[in-house]
Design a protein around this ligand. Structure first.
Ligand code: NDP
Ligand code: GDR
Length: 371
């Protein structure tokens, strides 16, 4: 039985990847951080009681800032594959916590690579690094492919650039099977609530059900190439099954604006929006309503406004990937379109909002977290 270790197993990708590898018959180990509240919601459905024998899904406490912890876990497991998905992954937050972001995202990657080397596992353990389209930042070529020069635009992207190159370096210096997946944005109903797609689907569902008044957005002109996380974790595994380690761009090859994503999400709720005004004065107004998913809304309501506090000190305006290499070499193509993904996310968030609204109707007020 193959053994895999996933850092960031409690995150969006980690949870889908753990499911995927368990289905393939792997023994899956994951590193979770100590937190003051349970932080395992995304993997609770695959949790296995440690008191029963023959566990296939095993969680270890740990942190990418803690070298001795990483060495001990890797020594204990002797994994065939390590997927380094753990990161301070929020670009805007990286401007607030640049040093921590560098420690986790850059040095954390080095710590794992060094642990593999110190333990003499260079020939056994294959390593996947969660690299990112944010490396392209201020884009030098469109669409972006494996050979496009990098120009990172945030402390997050700069830290991930170190991680990208140290992965290449350890492959070249020590002959390790180590590779980078340069993944463009990918989303799902499990996406963190403060990333733009989930903020939109959840926010609009809450507004439609009367749980929030208005959605405050940053740069709605930003263009992104959004895929579904399920498609992207499949590719993470495929990258570690080749004869030779190589780096791949993973993307859909289509881009849309944040504003378009807002319009689609509203449409999924039966609401048509009209955008009016410019810059920080721009608003989205309800133009028409169909069906019964938005009982709290009326035509003319303003549901989206701009709040400059969501603007970034340096913005990545446009990203569009070219996944031709992944298609040619690995036969990988995304199976879920951006629109299908948006519909799935809205449906899930609407279910949750309806649950909340029902509790509220019956006198049980449950506060809705917003940022
Ligand atoms: P998430 O933010 O959903 O998950 C990040 C994971 O990393 C969580 O499990 C988190 O733990 C964990 N983590 C954070 N800090 C530490 C730390 N100090 N030590 C150990 N673990 C830590 O990210 P995604 O699942 O979306 O992304 C997975 C990886 O892919 C990340 O590295 C991200 O930067 C990268 N990436 C993501 C893309 C995307 O569009 N989703 C695109 C390209 C790259 P906790 O749950 O406790 O917070
Ligand atoms: P990104 O994702 O920065 O691309 O990083 P995010 O969803 O945060 O932003 C995408 C774009 O939307 C604009 N935007 C807003 N973003 C947020 N979060 N909140 C807002 O209110 C808002 N309004 C507009 C942003 O300015 C940006 O242009 C994600 C992360 O998953 C990274 O870890 C990963 O590496 C990259 O995708 C690829």
């Amino acid at each position: 039985m193959k053994k895999a270790l996933i850092t960031g197993v409690t995150g969006q990708d980690g949870s889908y990847l753990a499911e995927f590898l368990l289905d393939k018959g792997y023994e899956v180990h994951g590193i979770k951080r100590r937190a003051s509240l349970f932080n395992t919601q995304r993997v609770d459905h695959i949790y296995e009681d440690p008191h029963v024998d023959n566990q296939h899904f095993i969680l270890h406490y740990g942190d990418l800032t803690d070298t001795s912890n990483l060495v001990r876990i890797i020594q204990q497991i002797q994994p065939d594959e390590i997927y380094n998905l753990g990161a301070q992954s929020h670009v805007a937050v990286s401007f607030e916590a640049p040093e921590y972001t560098a420690d986790v995202d850059a040095m954390g990657t080095l710590r794992i690579l060094e642990a593999i080397r110190i333990l003499g596992l260079e020939k056994k353990t294959r390593f996947y690094q969660a690299s990112t389209s944010e490396l392209y930042g201020l884009v030098q070529e469109t669409p972006q492919k494996e050979t496009t020069p990098f120009y990172p635009r945030s402390p997050y992207a700069v830290a991930k650039m170190y991680a990208y190159w140290i992965t290449v370096n350890y492959r070249e210096a020590y002959g390790m099977y180590a590779c980078n997946g340069i993944l463009f944005n990918h989303e799902s109903p499990r996406r963190g609530e403060t990333f733009v797609t989930r903020k939109i689907t959840r926010g609009l569902a809450n507004i439609a059900q009367g749980l929030e008044a208005c959605l405050y957005m940053g740069n709605m002109d930003a263009l992104r190439d959004w895929g579904h996380a399920k498609d992207y974790v499949r590719m993470q595994w495929m990258m570690l099954q080749q004869d030779q380690p190589e780096d791949f761009v993973i993307a859909t090859g289509v881009q849309y604006s944040v504003r378009e994503f807002i319009s689609w999400s509203a449409k999924e709720l039966g609401v048509s929006l009209r955008f009016e005004g410019e810059g920080v004065e721009e608003v989205a107004i309800v133009a028409s309503i169909e069906g019964d998913n938005a009982p709290a809304l009326a035509v003319g309501d303003v549901v989206v406004r701009v709040d400059p506090r969501y603007f970034r000190p340096a913005e990545v305006e446009t990203l569009l990937g070219d996944p031709a290499k992944a298609k040619e070499r690995l036969g990988w193509v995304p199976e879920i379109t951006t629109q299908q993904m948006c519909a799935e996310m809205v449906a899930e968030d609407l279910k949750a909002a309806k649950r909340h609204a029902l509790l509220k109707q019956h006198g049980f007020e449950v506060p809705v977290s917003v940022e």
